[in-house]
Design a protein around this ligand. Structure first.
Ligand SMILES: [Zn+2]
Ligand SMILES: [Zn+2]
Length: 368
């Protein structure tokens, strides 16, 4: 089978991915094999390829927004039938026994395995997954649409909850790529006022099309104080401004796995009045199940740009340079539902459409 692996980490333009041929992997106990149709390109893949994230296993296949069909099952598996569509997310395995797993915070597991970092991921024709960590996907979304939900969508959902914006409250969204454009749809559906602050004309246009209440530049101040904000851009220099934009008691959640250094903060201007700064680390399977159900119900739509699997290096370089809005998706197979490579038509919504399903509320639960 075809696979891309991270060779020597290098800037995306220097093509750090290396193409290899590998034998089809055989599923072990508890694993199923997925014949991959689509794999989303996440910024984490870029951080890994460029060396911001240290490699955890040499020659690992990146990609953790994997959609495909089960084509082989290992001993002891029970969840999926051959031919069933599944999604393979970032959280590849947890130990289930550490103090964090036992208290329900498996996103903080002390011995986790991540798809596309520890375990071979989706920049390939096939991969293996522990069946307990695979997900069924909402019907009504084709494979290309479903792929970005598996990390960008799930992490954005967790980050939105971590920002703790009350019903009807004001949310700031800093950066507007694959994760943010899905999260903004959830927030708008929940009835929040959404202020998007991002660089790039294409991103700002997409934010407007999705119905954001205001759209400004990355360094701008939002037009009203924020109850909470999510920083999606991997830019630590945005943290002080985003904290200043919070109302008293507001929370800034940093969604990314990697952030450039945060400048020195002013306690009086940026933290006092019980402003909070917190990170978001991976997700639990419960986050994923909740989000996928919600995305199916609310009709969350990813704006995608398709690339053939063979063009993975170009997809990564385009992500590095912000050459598309929304999310890039690799196609391993030209199936009946695959579109030819190129930008998708505008996905969810026009400004007039933002009232759709605004009454739907996110499930609320005790903040984690
Ligand atoms: Zn654990
Ligand atoms: Zn990701």
């Amino acid at each position: 089978m075809r696979a891309w692996v991270v060779g020597t980490p290098a800037p995306a333009d220097a093509e750090p991915l290396r193409r290899v041929e590998r034998a089809l992997p055989e599923p072990g106990a508890g694993q199923v094999r997925v014949a991959i149709t689509c794999c989303g390109v996440c910024r984490t893949d870029l951080h890994l390829a460029e060396g911001d994230l240290p490699p955890r296993r040499p020659g690992v296949v990146p990609g953790h927004e994997v959609v495909g069909r089960v084509d082989a099952v290992g001993p002891g598996t029970t969840r999926f039938a051959i031919g069933e569509r599944v999604g393979v997310p970032w959280l590849g395995r947890t130990d289930g026994t550490c103090r964090f797993c036992r208290r329900g915070d498996e996103n903080l597991c002390t011995d986790p395995r991540f798809t596309g970092w520890d375990l071979d991921g989706g920049y390939a024709d096939a991969c293996l997954v522990d069946e307990r960590f695979a997900h069924r996907l909402p019907e009504g979304l084709d494979d290309e649409q479903a792929a970005p939900l598996l990390c960008a969508g799930i992490i954005g959902y967790r980050a939105l909850r971590c920002a703790e914006v009350p019903p009807g409250g004001r949310l700031g969204v800093y950066g507007f790529g694959g994760s943010a454009h899905l999260t903004a749809q959830l927030a708008l559906a929940q009835g929040l006022r959404v202020h998007v602050l991002t660089r790039g004309a294409a991103n700002r246009r997409l934010a407007q099309e999705l119905g954001a209440d205001s759209v400004g530049g990355a360094g701008d101040a939002p037009p009203e104080p924020l109850d909470g904000a999510v920083l999606f851009a991997p830019a630590g220099e945005l943290v002080p401004g985003a904290l200043r934009a919070l109302d008293r008691g507001g929370t800034l959640a940093v969604a990314g796995i990697w952030l450039s250094d945060v400048p020195r903060l002013s306690y009086a201007d940026e933290l006092f009045q019980e402003r909070r700064l917190r990170s978001v680390t991976a997700n639990t399977r419960r986050d994923a199940e909740e989000f996928l159900a919600l995305a199916g119900r609310l009709g969350v739509r990813a704006t995608t740009t398709a690339y053939p699997l063979d063009d993975a290096p170009r997809a990564l370089a385009d992500l590095a340079h912000g050459r598309f809005a929304g999310a890039a998706v690799l196609h391993a197979r030209a199936g009946p539902r695959s579109r030819p490579p190129g930008p998708s038509p505008p996905a969810a919504g026009t400004p007039g459409q933002r009232a759709w399903d605004r009454t739907a509320a996110l499930p609320r639960r005790t903040p984690t």
